[in-house]
Design a protein around this ligand. Structure first.
Ligand SMILES: Cc1cc2nc3c(=O)[nH]c(=O)nc-3n(C[C@H](O)[C@H](O)[C@H](O)COP(=O)(O)OP(=O)(O)OC[C@H]3O[C@@H](n4cnc5c(N)ncnc54)[C@H](O)[C@@H]3O)c2cc1C
Length: 300
C-alpha cells in the first residue's frame, strides 16, 4: 500500500512513533507496549533516528523487528546530520533490504550547543535534498516530511517556512506529518496556509499526549511549541500528583484528536514515547481508527 493511500480510506489512519531505547529493558518495554497498541489496528509504525545519526542501525533493527512481529507497514526516520550522501545511500539500501516501506525524510537538528545546522562535506543541507535523493534513487519508498504548525524555529518567518515545506512536497514528499502542538487553532491555520500555498498532500497532525509536566516543559522548549496557559495551569495544579498530570494531559489530547478528526484530518500521528497507556486510552475513548465514518454519518 502506498503511503498516501492510508489517508484516502474511510478510517482515520493512525500512525505510531517510537524511538530506539537505550537499554535492553527499554526494548522489552517498547515491544510490550506496541503489542497492546496493535490491538487498535494502526496503519503503520515509525521509529526515529537518533540525533547525530547515533541510532542508525538500531532504528533499522527496530522497524525490521516490528515488521516481522506484527506484519505491519513501517517507516524509518532518516536525517542528514553527520552523514555524507554515500552514507545516506547506504542507510537507504539497508532499509530497502529490510523491507522498510516509508522514510520520514528530515534534515535533523544542529548538534547540542550549536545554533546553526552545518552539513558535513559531501552531505546535504536541507530535507528537500534528501527527499530528492530518495525519489530519484530509491523510488520504492513512500516519503513523509515534517511540517510546523507554529513555524520552524530557524525559519525567517511563516511564509518562508511554507515555501520550504512546498519544496519538500514538490521534491516528492507524499504526506506532511506535523510537529506536536497543543492548540488546534495553530494546526488549522497551518493547514489553511498549506492549502493556500498549493501544498496538496495529506497534512497529518502530530499529537503527544502529556503525561508529565516536567517532561513536556523540556520537550516544548526544545521543539518550540507553546503550551496554552490554561492547559499549563491545569497541569501545574497536579505538580505533586503523577496520575493527575496523566489525566489532565490525556483529557486534553483526547479533545484535540476528537476535534481534529471531526474537522476532517485524515490521520493522526501519535508521538508515543515508547509507552502505550496514554495513546491506548485516547484510541479507546474515541473508537479510533473508525471514527471518521461515524462523523460523516453524523454530518449527513
Ligand atoms: C514528524 C517529525 C519527525 C521527526 N523525527 C526526527 C528524528 O527521527 N530524528 C531527529 O533528529 N529529528 C527529528 N525531527 C526533528 C527535525 O529533525 C527538526 O525539526 C529539524 O530542525 C528540521 O528538520 P526538517 O526535516 O523539517 O528540516 P528542513 O525541512 O530542511 O527545514 C529546516 C529549516 O530550514 C529551512 N529550509 C528548508 N529548506 C530550505 C531551503 N531549501 N533553503 C533555505 N531554507 C530552507 C526551513 O524553513 C527550516 O527553518 C522530527 C520532526 C518531526 C516534525
Amino acid at each position: 500500500m502506498r503511503l498516501r493511500e492510508f489517508y484516502e480510506t474511510n478510517d482515520v489512519a493512525v500512525s505510531l512513533e517510537m524511538f530506539p531505547p537505550k537499554s535492553d529493558d527499554g526494548m522489552v518495554g517498547l515491544f510490550e507496549n506496541l503489542k497492546e497498541l496493535m490491538t487498535f489496528h494502526p496503519s503503520y509504525v515509525t521509529c526515529t533516528y537518533g540525533a547525530g545519526g547515533t541510532t542508525r542501525d538500531l532504528t533499522l533493527d527496530i522497524v525490521e523487528r516490528i515488521h516481522n512481529e506484527f506484519s505491519i507497514h513501517v517507516a524509518a526516520h532518516l536525517t542528514c546530520v553527520g552523514a555524507t550522501v554515500d552514507e545516506l545511500r547506504a542507510y537507504l539500501r539497508d532499509a530497502e533490504e529490510r523491507h522498510v516501506d516509508f522514510i520520514m525524510a528530515l534534515r535533523g537538528d544542529p548538534p547540542k550547543g550549536e545554533k546553526e545546522f552545518k552539513p558535513v562535506p559531501g552531505g546535504l543541507t536541507y530535507a528537500n535534498e534528501l527527499v530528492e535523493l530518495i525519489r530519484k534513487e530509491f523510488p520504492g519508498f513512500g516519503i513523509a516530511v515534517a511540517g510546523y504548525p507554529e513555524t520552524h524555529q530557524e525559519a525567517l518567518n511563516r511564509s518562508v517556512d511554507l515555501e520550504n515545506l512546498k519544496r519538500k512536497v514538490e521534491a516528492g514528499g507524499e504526506v506532511v506529518v506535523t510537529q506536536l502542538f497543543y492548540d488546534n487553532d495553530d494546526f488549522y491555520r497551518f493547514r489553511d496556509s498549506c492549502e493556500a500555498n498549493g501544498i496538496d498532500v495529506p497534512i497529518v497532525p502530530g499529537i503527544l499526549p502529556v503525561t508529565s509536566v516536567k517532561q513536556i516543559k523540556r520537550i516544548s522548549s526544545l521543539c518550540g511549541c507553546k503550551l496554552p496557559p490554561d492547559f499549563l495551569a491545569r497541569l501545574e495544579a497536579q505538580e505533586n500528583n503523577p496520575q493527575g498530570q496523566f489525566d489532565v494531559g490525556v483529557y486534553h489530547a483526547t479533545h484535540q484528536v476528537e476535534d481534529l478528526v471531526a474537522r476532517g484530518c485524515p490521520g493522526i500521528h501519535f508521538y508515543c514515547l515508547n509507552k502505550s497507556r496514554a495513546v491506548a486510552t485516547i484510541l479507546r475513548a474515541l473508537a479510533l481508527p473508525s471514527i471518521r465514518v461515524h462523523h460523516q454519518q453524523k454530518a449527513q
